[in-house]
Design a protein around this ligand. Structure first.
Ligand code: DC
Length: 230
């Protein structure tokens, strides 16, 4: 008998988690949820409302604002995945800009923010049949997820991929700035006290430094199908 499962995809930034998660969700006809987009949405809100900058962070006001901030997803049939909305506005493009990337780790380290977003993530997955990517999905959000994947690759490989993506989008960045951002985010994500990025014992490690997206997709899809059949 087949059953609906939860697939948790965690790992370092720019390891292609969302590309893989989207492919798997599409192949299984599952819902795909990008939890990083939720932390990015809060960061975008904080920047837009001048609650965070290089030398200032009004954490208290941001935490209060969470009560009336509407973060949600809406499926875009043209793109084939659900895009993130903040208070009714599609902010998918805005949240990928370097300015948001530069502040998101600081925002994601705040326990009150995590608590709120984790509760929303659990609610979204009530009916299972979900592929969720992030940093704490297998460790905190769904410790009982049927399949847990932990993705990594060297910082240089990841920065090269990310740099190419940003340049293609027309952003004015240097490779050096991107490597620095990748390393800084690794450090904050792994060393923070609230839900640090860790590989749980039951997660399957995939280092994709030398794997093509197709090879990686086939490996994970096979694993998912085994779990679904059980
Ligand atoms: O996956 P991403 O790069 O879009 O994530 C943006 C940031 O959000 C990243 O620096 C870590 C944080 N994050 C998190 O702490 N927990 C998650 N479940 C997802 C993302």
């Amino acid at each position: 008998m087949e059953k609906n499962i939860i697939i948790a995809i965690d790992g370092h930034s720019s390891t292609g988690k969302s590309t893989l998660a989207k492919q798997i969700a599409k192949a299984l006809n599952y819902l795909y949820i990008d939890t990083g987009a939720m932390y990015r949405a809060v960061t975008y809100y904080a920047l837009k409302n001048h609650l965070i900058s290089n030398n200032h962070f009004d954490k208290e006001r941001l935490i209060k604002a969470l009560d009336h901030m509407q973060i949600g997803f809406k499926y875009n049939p043209e793109k084939g995945f659900a895009e993130v909305y903040l208070d009714g506005q599609n902010i998918e493009k805005e949240i990928r800009q370097m300015e948001v990337s530069n502040f998101v780790s600081e925002i994601a380290a705040v326990p009150e923010i995590r608590e709120k977003l984790v509760a929303q993530q659990r609610k979204i997955a009530t009916n299972k049949g979900v592929v969720m990517d992030g940093r704490d999905i297998g460790s905190v959000v769904f410790p009982n997820a049927e399949l847990k994947i932990f993705m990594t690759a060297s910082p240089e490989v990841r920065a090269r991929r990310r740099y190419k993506e940003l340049i293609e989008k027309g952003e004015n960045v240097t490779y050096k700035a991107v490597v620095e951002n990748v390393k800084k985010r690794d450090k904050i994500d792994s060393e923070r006290s609230a839900s640090p990025l860790i590989k749980t014992e039951d997660a399957i490690l995939i280092d994709n430094s030398n794997l093509t997206p197709k090879e990686q997709f086939e490996q994970v899809l096979a694993l998912a199908k085994q779990k679904i059949k059980k």
